[in-house]
Design a binder for this molecule. Structure first.
Ligand code: AMP
Ligand code: ZN
Length: 487
């Protein structure tokens, strides 16, 4: 049996507390289906919650589409001067973590710790800022039990004969507003006696959902004492309990992938509004799914790419991030390996233009600036419903305009570029200054020569070497490539 313990959580307070909010940002809200302004309800700090990973294996790049977009959202707010408080949980007790920890022959804590650490390492590589608070479900069992007791007392939940507890959805008239149950023509009245025990279920199975699961053999040692007997909490409840603990009854925004709208977020609203009485989240931000080669990707279908898979293919985490922000969050993103090659080229091109801009500054330095200069258009796109592809396009346009600038003006433009890149969480690859100095036609000649040499077309290769020499460049061959230098 597990012992209940109360954890005193050391939260890291937001560094930018006390700043004014960014008046510019507008974001689509799933509940009202309109774009609304993003403003903290307390006028000071924008407090938001993201459903975190289920730590039973490596997160896939679909999961990271959601986490990276949430990170861009936070970065954009902070860049605009809004202080944030970002809470994201770890789902370490649910059907899947228990099942797979048993298979691995490990305790739930030891098993989920491994995957939590992997998740953190991937987040760091992908430049996702850690949330200010990252509570775990196992550490908040007492808060979950207290919430269930309150729901029973208020008539919104009931215990069954076997000691499980269910939420009575007929007791909450607003059930289904977020996912628009009315548009699915499902009759809540018909579901009076239907109950769902699994953490996840399909869109058309509307039923009383489980808050507390009575102890079963397959749960092994993963059970806790409660007023209803031994058991464990249901998945939906953990977020409600942790949100209450760290954000209170009413807060600014709640986010996750679109698959969470129903039933997870619908159930969270029901539990929290019935137990706490507040309005819960003022805004709902959902990220559309990433597809792989046009199809659905999921851990259960076995067609998922992890960050490590892509790194093993020679791509960097920054290239993955670039692809993930390359489509608008409300549209599907079809992931292909070609899109990663495109990201590699785009980042190299950006790095080259940025280096040229730095060169044009002469003796000036690019100080931090509150201005975006030629990148104002990119910033406006970002604030317009988090239009990340628009922002990336705006960066290329800005660089084209900035290429004519010199001295102080070039320095100011570079400061603006750095600011918009920080807002997107993009770091440019290092390029050697020698590489930027090689004229395009010389590089193209050298590439053609390398291709000829690789194809053992020695005559063509020698001819191209002579052409390069005639233009003042000498080429030195290595095993995997060549070096160009001026004669
Ligand atoms: P999970 O670890 O399954 O609880 O999921 C973590 C987050 O990733 C949740 O916000 C999910 O909605 C989201 N998610 C899952 N699959 C995808 C996908 N293919 N594309 C985008 N987000 C996803
Ligand atoms: Zn959640």
């Amino acid at each position: 049996m597990r012992i209940l313990k109360t954890i005193s959580y050391q939260s890291r307070l937001p560094s930018s507390a006390g700043l004014a909010y960014n008046e510019e940002m507008r974001l689509f809200d799933t509940l009202t289906r309109t774009e609304t302004e993003i403003r903290p309800i307390d006028g000071k700090t924008y407090r938001f919650y993201c459903c975190g990973p289920t730590v039973y294996g490596p997160a896939h790049i679909g999961n990271f589409r959601t986490f990276v977009l949430q990170d861009v959202f936070r970065r954009a707010l902070e860049t605009g001067g809004t202080a944030t408080l970002h809470v994201r949980n770890l789902t370490d007790v649910d059907d899947k973590t228990i099942r797979d920890s048993q298979k691995a022959g490990q305790t739930l804590e030891a098993f989920t710790k491994i995957w939590t650490e992997k998740f953190h390492a991937d987040c760091t590589a992908l430049a996702c800022q850690p949330p200010h608070i990252e509570p775990s479900a196992i550490e908040h069992i007492p808060q979950q039990i207290a919430m269930i007791a309150e729901l029973i007392e208020k008539g919104h939940a009931y215990a069954s004969d076997d000691g499980s507890v269910y939420f009575r959805i007929s007791s909450f008239p607003n059930y289904g507003r977020l996912s628009r149950l009315d548009e699915r023509e499902l009759d809540l009245g018909k579901t009076q006696n239907a109950r769902a025990d699994a953490d996840e279920y399909e869109k058309d199975s509307i039923s009383d959902f489980v808050l507390w699961k009575s102890r079963r053999d397959e749960d092994g040692e993963n059970f806790w004492e409660s007023p209803w007997g031994q058991g464990r909490p249901g998945w939906h409840l953990e977020c409600s309990a942790m949100i209450r603990e760290y954000l209170g009854d009413s807060f600014d925004l709640h986010s996750g992938g679109v698959d969470l709208i129903f039933p997870h977020h619908e159930n969270e609203i029901a539990q929290s509004q019935c137990a706490c009485g507040g309005h819960f989240a003022a805004h709902w931000f959902h990220i559309t799914h990433l597809l792989v080669d046009g199809g659905k990707m999921s851990k259960s279908l076995g067609n998922m790419y992890t960050l490590s898979d892509l790194e093993a293919k020679g791509f960097t985490a920054m290239e993955v991030r670039y692809v993930l922000i390359g489509a608008h969050y409300r549209k599907q993103l079809n992931f292909t390996l070609d899109s990663l090659s495109g990201a590699k080229e785009a980042l190299a091109k950006l790095a080259k233009s940025a280096a040229k801009l730095a060169e044009n500054m002469g003796g000036e330095t690019a100080l931090n600036s509150a201005d975006f200069g030629p990148f104002q258009g990119a910033w406006e796109s970002l604030n317009d419903d988090l239009n990340t592809p628009g922002a990336l396009g705006g960066i290329f346009t800005g660089l084209r305009d900035a290429s004519k600038l010199t001295g102080k003006e070039a320095a100011a433009a570079l400061a603006g570029l750095n600011r918009i890149l920080r807002a997107l969480g993009i770091t440019l690859p290092e390029i050697s200054s020698a590489a930027t100095d090689i004229p395009t036609e010389i590089r193209e000649l050298a590439e053609t020569r390398w291709a000829a040499r690789s194809a053992k077309d020695w005559a063509a290769s020698d001819k191209l070497r002579d052409e390069l020499a005639a233009q003042g460049w000498v080429v030195k061959d290595g095993k995997d490539g060549y070096e160009l230098s001026k004669i």
